[in-house]
Design a protein around this ligand. Structure first.
Ligand SMILES: Cc1ncc(COP(=O)(O)O)c(C=O)c1O
Length: 398
């Protein structure tokens, strides 16, 4: 199975088949698939084929909690306090559906630098009586903790903010935000999608009320695995409007008058979950847990520092913070023609992504090497010099 001990990080490369074929530097978007995920998905197919409907009671019904507990051990949450949703948007909807605007307390405070899907979701709650305050970004495209703190007052119902900003990979310090929110009696919901698996995280110590994220990126778990943490003592008091039979204590009573909710995190779930996604997610979670996020962070800091040095040497510009404590895992390179250049890289099996305003985003993980960073920068230099741009994709931009 896996290497017996974590050993040198390079020993994990064999566990990720795509690394042998491509320069894979896009783990902020889609982490590389662990070889073991294929075996785990085959186990899913075999279970379905051989156990049939019995699989629900043997494992599947509670599997969201099994995967949630694997996530919990990485983000500093107790087992039973994390459940799974299809994605972060639906996880946040489940959390928001527990909240009710009352009196003056009706504002969702969020940041212009949050992932846009979240802000669309918050604004869609306005007809229910919520207000939304979007804190604008500074010239550096970031919304730091100080800006958030200043936007919180007695009208704040919940502060919904990102631990790491998706565009710039800037690390927001959640502590002053949580402190200010508590002081005025507001809740906090932290989006850890861009930090879980690359930045050490302890949602219990931070004292956030909710945290959401997914396994798709730095946790190498594939799509369909959004997660939702709720502070255990808060959890027991929550009554979600977005709910369903998975949340019930006695779902198989099929009794419409028995709505008693579970006490663990499955209280915040709704309908039948995407079981294959859970099988896909477990190996990545296990690997990240074994390697250890502290170690991943140490390697990541050295990688991003090296990348910034290479960018400086080339005279390219970058919006990435120069404070290593503020950079999560991604360095953006804002060269002219960044979008076609990113396609040129893709045509050469160098996988990175592009975002408007910041350029090409390069996201090395624990399985990447310094030699790969050198090769990536050389290839980008060549693509730009030769104007060897790739074709535009027909659908989405990466
Ligand atoms: C910080 C952050 N939050 C949320 C999302 C999107 O979440 P989902 O598509 O799972 O709803 C992303 C996607 O990249 C993200 O980076």
């Amino acid at each position: 199975m896996f290497p017996a001990s974590p050993g040198a990080l390079a020993t994990w490369r064999d566990e990720f088949p795509i690394l042998h074929r491509t320069l894979y530097m896009i783990s902020n978007s889609l982490g590389a698939m662990p070889r073991e995920a294929a075996r785990s998905l085959a186990e899913y197919a075999d279970t379905w084929a051989t156990r049939g409907v019995r699989a629900w009671e043997e494992r599947w019904w509670e599997m969201a909690l099994e995967v949630g507990s694997a996530v919990a051990s990485i983000v500093g949450a107790p087992a039973g306090s994390v459940c799974m949703h299809d994605n972060v948007t639906s996880a946040q909807m489940a959390a928001l559906s527990c909240l009710k605007p009352e009196g003056r307390r009706r504002t969702i405070v969020c940041a212009a630098a949050d992932f846009p899907s979240m802000i669309h979701l918050y604004r869609a709650q306005i007809p229910l009586g919520f207000d939304v305050r979007v804190v604008p970004a500074g010239a550096d495209l970031n919304v730091d903790e100080q800006r958030l703190v200043e936007a919180i007052d007695e009208t704040t119902l919940v502060v919904a903010f990102s631990h790491v900003l998706f565009r710039t990979s800037f690390i927001v310090d959640p502590r002053p935000v949580v402190e200010r929110a508590r002081h005025v009696g507001a809740l906090t919901m932290l989006d850890v999608y861009q930090s879980a698996g690359i930045v050490p995280l302890d949602v219990t110590r931070l004292g956030v009320d909710f945290a959401t994220g997914g396994c798709l990126k730095w946790l190498c778990g594939g799509p369909g695995n959004g997660f939702l943490y709720a502070r255990p003592d808060l959890l027991a008091t929550l009554h979600p409007r977005f709910t369903g039979w998975l949340a019930l204590t006695r779902p198989f009573a099929f009794d419409v008058d028995d709505g008693e909710l579970r006490e663990d995190a499955m209280r915040l779930m709704n309908g039948t979950p995407p079981i294959p996604a859970y099988y896909a997610a477990l190996p990545g979670l296990e690997i990240v847990g074994r390697v250890g996020v502290e170690r991943i962070r140490e390697h990541s800091k050295r990688m991003t520092a090296h990348l910034l040095e290479l960018v400086d040497r080339r005279g390219w510009s970058t919006p990435t913070s120069r404070d290593p404590e503020r950079v999560a895992g991604t360095v953006a390179i804002d060269v002219p023609d960044a979008l076609p250049a990113s396609r040129g890289l893709k045509a050469r099996d160098v996988l990175v992504d592009y975002r408007p305003k910041v350029g090409i985003r390069v996201s090395p993980h624990f399985y990447n090497t310094f030699e790969e960073l050198d090769r990536l920068v050389d290839t980008l230099g060549q693509v730009i010099a030769d104007r060897a741009f790739g074709d535009a994709p027909s659908t989405r931009v990466t």
